[in-house]
Unconditional design. Structure first.
Length: 381
């Protein structure tokens, strides 16, 4: 039997690229394409002002030194090329590109606004790259109600809103999705009224204390999080918005890659529920948040990244390239922790391990009739 062909956003661009937005309206796959665009390296091409370039003109500059530019996924240059050559995206204007990177503040922030027809604007927020600093910023969300990039996202939407008119759309992948949601929900009310759609693609949720404040947020009904069936990142923290499960042809954590998400024409291929792995991780992560205080979670993150620094690497790729040697360095550092820190790390690992074990047992027993737990008032038949 021939293997089923999986189509993704690259195929969508090839199929739909000849039609303008006037001929075929903006849809959720366009939102993913534009959200991914913030991953393109715009250094030396765009500035943080309204004097922008079309996607076609930006690609000409980008491709002139393509080999020297950082690429967050192998497919990104192809996505950019297809966008530039298409009737649908090529003439869209790019404005207000902002970029910040700080090791001291543990921050990565990059965004760009794309002008759509009919005076609409799509604010695209980049997610985490593969640097150690980027991953640490993600984990800061487990104890800080607001991280530096979220504050910058809020400033950014205010800047764009002040200098544009019309409807606003926001989107991002991974941490970028979190930034889009944060900016939409905590911007001034007059800006929130202009927001017509917020798209978080496998983005972490918000800190629970923030989610508890969302009852009167104008933008909340137009927010949606799309996540693959074995989502890890999208399950982090708390969600109140609509959640949509998309089919991915990858396995495990690799489903975070949006190029593995299945698309048919201009729709995602949806699945009814997430996987056992995703549900177990979700429960384990929430047990970890519930059983360790904010200060303890902060200390765990600092201990982990202090150990990683001993490996003298800058990216996750560097860390895994010599995995055994780096693991030994990390373990050596952990063995040298004082009693207090060592006890805390063991407790954190124990919480995750116990929760994963209990979750797996619960998942399996729920599918075996004689192992199912009876409700308190359930009688024997």
């Amino acid at each position: 039997m021939a293997k089923k062909e999986i189509t993704n956003i690259i195929d969508y661009l090839i199929w739909r690229g000849d039609l303008s937005f006037e001929a075929d309206h903006f849809n959720e796959i366009d939102a993913l394409v534009l959200s991914r665009f913030s991953y393109m390296d715009m250094k030396g091409i765009l500035e943080n002002d309204k004097n922008g370039l079309t996607i076609k003109a930006a690609y000409e500059k980008y491709s002139s030194n393509l080999e020297e530019r950082p690429k967050f996924a192998p497919q990104d240059p192809e996505l950019f090329r297809l966008m530039a050559e298409s009737n649908r995206y090529g003439d869209l204007m790019l404005i207000y590109h902002d970029f910040k990177f700080s090791d001291d503040d543990v921050e990565q922030f990059s965004t760009v606004t794309i002008e759509l027809p009919d005076n609409r604007h799509f604010l695209s927020f980049r997610g985490t790259d593969n640097t150690i600093n980027g991953w640490k910023e993600d984990l800061l969300m487990t104890f800080d109600e607001k991280v530096p990039s979220q504050a910058d996202a809020l400033e950014y939407i205010e800047l764009v809103a002040k200098n544009t008119s019309g409807d606003l759309f926001l989107g991002g992948h991974s941490k970028g999705g979190n930034l889009a949601v944060y900016a939409a929900l905590f911007c001034p009310e007059e800006i929130a009224k202009r927001i017509k759609g917020v798209f978080s693609f496998d983005g972490p949720g918000l800190h629970k204390t923030l989610v508890d404040q969302l009852d009167d947020k104008i933008a909340l009904p137009v927010v949606a999080t799309y996540m693959p069936q074995s989502s890890f990142f999208g399950k982090m923290l708390s969600h109140r918005e609509l959640q949509i499960v998309v089919n991915s042809n990858a396995s495990g954590v690799m489903q975070h890659d949006i190029y593995s998400w299945e698309v048919v024409r201009k729709d995602f291929v949806l699945t009814k529920e997430d996987t056992m792995v995703s549900r177990v991780f979700d429960q384990a992560f929430h047990d970890y948040l519930a059983k360790l205080s904010k200060e303890e979670r902060k200390e765990v993150v600092n201990i982990i990244f202090d150990a990683v620094e001993k490996c003298d690497v800058d990216t996750m790729e560097d860390l895994t390239k010599h995995f055994v040697g780096n693991l030994l360095k990390v373990m050596k550092h952990m063995n040298q922790l004082d009693e207090k820190d060592g006890k805390l790390v063991k407790e954190a690992v124990g919480i995750l391990g116990d929760s994963i074990k209990d979750g797996i047992i619960e998942e399996f027993s729920s599918h075996i009739p004689f192992l199912k737990k009876k409700e308190p008032n359930e009688k024997e038949q």
